[in-house]
Design a protein around this ligand. Sequence first.
Ligand SMILES: N[C@@H](CCC(=O)N[C@@H](CSCO)C(=O)NCC(=O)O)C(=O)O
Ligand SMILES: [Zn+2]
Ligand SMILES: [Zn+2]
Length: 190
Amino acid sequence: MLSIHPSIDNGITRGNPDFKGGKLHCHCNSNKVEVTLAGNVAHNHACGCSKCWKPKGALFSVVGVIPVDQVAVTANGDKLHIVDSSAAIQRNACKECGVHLFGRIVTEHPFKGLDFVHSELSDSKGWQEPQFAAFVSSIIEQGFRPNQIDDIRAKLQKEALQTYDVLSPVLMDLIATYNGQKSGKLPAKL
Ligand SMILES: N[C@@H](CCC(=O)N[C@@H](CSCO)C(=O)NCC(=O)O)C(=O)O
Ligand SMILES: [Zn+2]
Ligand SMILES: [Zn+2]
């Protein structure tokens, strides 16, 4: 059976708006990398892009953001390496199991100050559920047959996930506002 993502395939569990965070662990059997998040994630979404970490067999990643000051590596950080240091999001992954623990933006960017994380790496319950599906058409680049993409969009929409081929309008508007202010076409203060 085709898997979109284990947290979506059999229906989405709603998060707890009062949830206060928890610990993420990589998939190693021992000496797991541990990252402690001092808050919930926001803008959590299914992402079909080729760069985000996906659990085995899944077509999509589920990834959300959290302020960088709420992210701390609390064990076995020596096992982390940056997957692609030229990418806007520097994904810090475990060298042994390959799981991405956090993706950090270190250059000037509309989302600088936010880390990208996968709350499924936590045993705690209450994380924000996925809100939308991004970069859906990107799964085709990775080998998914284009004539079946409408089935994927239908499955996502059945779970009330609006589908986009970039990010959601809210996030695209944030990026466009940042770019407009940077170029001077928009005033710095809106
Ligand atoms: N078609 C490409 C898209 C890759 C892409 O642009 N990914 C987005 C979303 S990642 C989380 O939402 C992005 O912002 N990437 C920046 C980065 O990865 O540094 C593909 O599939 O590779
Ligand atoms: Zn690991
Ligand atoms: Zn992605």
